[in-house]
Ligand binder design. Structure first.
Ligand code: ARG
Ligand code: ZN
Length: 884
């Protein structure tokens, strides 16, 4: 925390470092009250620089000793303030030695070196290393690290850092020493250290060139039985990266460590990934199907960073999406290849449309490559990660898989060992393919969600169908005017008997495209038209198939058009998407009826269509489940915010009415499908089973709206379940739709059964934070008093406070504004204890402009926070920008 108001830094002011640090030697002495860090840095002036002074980063450090080239410095020969150490009169190469004292035990921000329960661990990305020792803590300074760790042998038998273990020895006083050396130069944000009493599982992987790699996952002894899924996922990811990208692992050992207290999901430190336990441990009893998939994709994500992030890293933090966007794209393709592609696209599109579009239309909107920031931790956003991945996906679509792979090969070959920019990435794609990507680059610099307004025009005499496309993009903070983007628009045309053969005017006639019913149109101007010839009947266009671009599409579909697409289009994603649009329309109508005091009547066309899905035994269960699920309240709020503001109560009431009406009309079908899907089999987190469970639980959740008899099904399921997926789904239904006594006893019983499993308890907390029966806020306050809760553990805070603020809209937005005051109060407490968490929790409040009813109260809470003394830069940035 600094005294002066935090200042923004700008991409346009980027300067290369004056000195480089080719070699770093660290020696840690870990003690119970403090840790000593002895650092020896070989500093070398950057060729081209003539600087003789240097400012190193350092925060919360107590400098005990300092020497240059072996000579201790005296006062006046260096300067220290609360963020830096400045040296002057430096030669071209020097050796700097410092000893600092730090207090990992008191580090509640979980950034730098800290303690999680009985173990020491680190989180350095983005700027945590400066809380360990004085350094050039910026990603364009890459250094070869050697690390010596001394600690008590009994408490910390396992001592880990990056690279290879090169020595170990006993020390006096029952202590021991281990030395690690990482041959690959890396920026400080990839440094990691772990010390603890950990057990491990071990496996090996043989790389494509035949090298054997030792794989180890370190956890607490009690969790040894929950590592298998992560290990299998790691091996799958290693193989996939060889096969799809030609990328081989580069060291003989790869370690993963699980820690309980972690601000994020996981971290890709070179050869020593550190994971939140919630993203690595998995067992049928403690992990849902969604949890298993999450572990697989995060293990893969962190592993893929070894190339896209570590071997080639970012020049500066404005380029964060260089590694994150690319790596999210890689992990999404991995998941799609491992499971069902359409479903993965549905999940990702939902995330983009709900949360990323909201971010991109709100006060914190920023480009995939931001121009400025106050606190980089605030920019680990959906825009940088998910929209960044969508941008890479569009390059993949424009180039096609072969040319994309060639571009990726060129990128890794050109930049191995370097810290580079998003432009370097696009250059490699452009140079290897010959495709001009100059206009495409605007995706990196322009914020906001583009909108395509599309209309169709059929000429029966000429047998032509024209698509007229207009693109626009709303203003975002600092960017009033937008330029046209390159938008790949995947599409087809649906006729009475299925998708039509496509012939675009200008395309060679009868062109031998493998799939002649699918095209990717390149939209690149403010206005343009595409003319299809030889169209035998008036078609319904199937647009933005596979969510081919992170844009909104407006097309004036009739309800019948949407039904036709939903039931018959050849593209799975487009079918789901059409169904969602039909639901959005129907739910909007219910809201209007409610506002006008009319009786609520759900669109019968929608009910018929859903009945059709339930009767279609050919449809894959997972797809049916996705198509049966109504858009979530946050998705509906996001759509409404675009058109005048969200009526939280109205959205909730409309959605609940629709659920009841669908169950009322299709009760027999729902019950039939439920029974059909409840197969007794040994639990495995595999696609087919997951699909059946998901579908069964969707049906059950509809059925539960019908009353006691159906709620009893949930009670039976809860009794019989042998896995957390079915158990949690049933518990949620009982708690939401059962009577009060049933609710409380089921919740209590569940806790009694599972109180020994932290991760299960966290899911139990989260389920309750999202219940909408009774006084939710009261319930949430009570949960915070529960012995299983602590504000010091980010997973608990997310499960209760985060889930309430973003997953319980009617509770959070209650009319008296108490939900806002509650959230503000938590942010106020965490502002000092854990600024990253505090700033992240705050996000739902920043959307105040989208909620007409709560607008003033939300803004007032932000203003109250803004006036607090001693705001962390993290919270200051979010508060001040959202009020601007
Ligand atoms: N690089 C990590 C990942 O995406 C996330 C690190 C987040 N750090 C932060 N300060 N927010 O895998
Ligand atoms: Zn990442």
């Amino acid at each position: 925390m600094r005294d002066a108001q935090p200042k923004a830094i700008y991409l346009k002011n980027y300067q290369p470092p004056e000195y480089l640090i080719p070699e770093t030697r660290l020696h840690f002495e870990l003690h119970e009250e403090f840790a000593l860090v002895h650092a020896t840095l070989r500093l070398a002036r950057r060729p081209g620089s003539s600087a003789t002074s240097l400012r190193l980063h350092g925060e919360d450090l107590e400098l005990l000793a300092i020497a240059l080239n072996g000579r201790a410095l005296v006062d006046g020969e260096y300067a220290v303030d609360d963020a830096s150490l400045t040296l002057t009169g430096l030669a071209e190469t020097v050796e700097l030695q410092t000893t600092t004292r730090i207090r990992p035990q008191d580090n509640t921000a979980l950034e730098g070196l800290y303690k999680s329960r009985a173990m020491f661990c680190t989180q350095c990305e983005a700027e945590g290393f400066r809380k360990i020792t004085y350094f050039l803590d910026r990603p364009d300074v890459m250094s070869v690290f050697s690390v010596t760790i001394d600690a008590d042998l009994e408490r910390y038998p396992v001592l880990l850092s990056n690279g290879n273990r090169t020595a170990q020895s006993g020390l006096a006083d029952a202590r021991h020493r281990v030395v690690w050396e990482d041959p690959f130069p890396k920026p400080a944000y990839l440094f990691a250290l772990v010390a603890g009493d950990l057990a491990r599982v071990e496996d090996t992987f043989t790389t494509m060139s035949g090298r054997s790699v030792v794989l180890r996952i370190y956890v607490e002894e009690k969790d040894l039985g929950k590592c298998d899924h992560a290990m299998q996922s790691l091996k799958h990811a290693m193989r996939w990266d060889e096969e799809v990208y030609g990328r081989e692992y580069d060291l003989d050992i790869f370690n993963i460590v699980a820690v309980d207290d972690f601000n994020m999901g996981a971290m890709e430190n070179k050869s020593l990934n550190i994971f939140n336990t919630s993203c690595i441990l998995a067992s049928p009893e403690t992990t849902t199907d969604v949890g298993f998939e999450r572990v697989e994709s995060i293990v893969a994500h962190e592993y893929f960073h070894n190339w896209s992030g570590n071997r080639v890293t970012c020049r500066d933090w404005f380029q964060l999406s260089l590694k994150e966007g690319f790596t999210v794209f890689r992990d999404a393709e991995f998941s799609a290849d491992r499971g069902a592609r359409d479903l993965k696209r549905i999940e990702d599109a939902t995330l983009l449309r709900t949360a990323q579009f909201a971010e991109d239309g709100g006060p914190m909107a920023h480009p995939v490559r931001p121009d400025s920031f106050i606190e980089i931790s605030n920019f680990y956003t959906l825009t940088v990660y998910e929209k960044g991945a969508a941008v890479v996906r569009m390059i993949h679509t424009l180039l096609g898989p072969e040319r994309f792979r060639a571009g990726s090969d060129l990128y890794f070959e050109r930049h191995d060992g370097q810290a580079v920019t998003c432009d370097d990435f696009v250059d490699a794609m452009q140079d290897s393919s010959g495709v001009d990507l100059s206009q495409f680059r605007r995706w990196y610099s322009q914020a906001g969600t583009p909108e395509l307004a599309i209309s169709g025009e059929y000429d029966a005499d000429a047998r032509t169908f024209a698509l007229h496309v207009t693109q626009s993009c709303p203003a975002t903070p600092g960017q009033p005017d937008k330029l046209p983007l390159v938008i790949p628009l995947a599409m087809g045309l649906l006729g009475d008997a299925g998708n039509l053969r496509l012939q675009l005017q200008g395309e060679p006639a009868g062109s031998e495209l493998a799939d002649n019913t699918h095209r990717v149109l390149e939209v690149n101007a403010a206005e343009q038209s595409f003319l299809f010839t030889d169209v035998p009947e008036k078609p319904v266009p199937s647009l933005l198939r596979g969510f081919s671009a992170p844009v909104r599409v407006r097309y004036d579909f009739s309800r019948e058009d949407l039904c036709a697409l939903m039931m018959r289009d050849g593209d799975g994603f487009a079918r789901w998407d059409a169904g969602q649009q039909l639901m959005v329309q129907a739910l909007g109508n219910l809201q209007t009826q409610r506002r006008d005091g009319e009786a609520l009547a759900l669109d019968p066309l929608l009910v018929d269509a859903l009945g059709g899905l339930l009767r279609d035994e050919q449809l894959e269960p997972a797809v049916a489940a996705a198509m049966l699920a109504l858009p979530g309240e946050n998705t509906l709020a996001e759509l409404a915010s675009h058109a005048g503001g969200a009526d939280v109560e109205g959205i909730h009431a409309a959605r609940e009415h629709a659920r009841g009406a669908i169950a009322g009309a299709l009760g027999d079908e729902l019950a039939g499908v439920y029974r059909r899907c409840r197969v007794s089999e040994e639990y495995a987190p595999v696609g087919e089973q997951i699909g059946r469970r998901t579908l069964a639980n969707v049906c059950l959740s509809y059925l539960a709206t019908l009353g006691e008899a159906q709620v009893a099904l949930a009670a039976t399921q809860l009794e019989a379940a042998d896995n957390l997926t079915d158990r949690l789904a049933a518990l949620q239904i009982l708690a939401q739709y059962g009577e009060a006594s049933q609710r409380e006893s089921a919740l209590q019983r569940f806790y009694d059964d599972w109180s020994h499993e932290t991760l299960v308890v966290n899911q139990w907390l989260q389920l309750q934070a999202m219940l909408t029966v009774g006084d939710s806020l009261e319930r949430v306050r009570a949960l915070m008093e529960h012995p299983a809760f602590t504000l010091d553990n980010p997973n608990k805070v997310r499960a209760v406070v985060g889930a309430f603020a973003s997953g319980n809209p009617t509770g959070f937005h209650r009319a008296d504004g108490a939900g806002y005051g509650f959230l503000g109060g938590i942010v106020e407490i965490l502002n000092r204890r854990n600024p990253q968490m505090a700033a992240r929790l705050l996000v739902p409040l920043t959307k105040w402009r989208n909620y007409p009813a709560g607008r003033d109260a939300m803004r007032e809470e932000l203003q109250r926070l803004a006036a607090l003394p001693d705001l962390s830069p993290d919270v200051y940035e979010v508060v001040s920008k959202s009020l601007a």
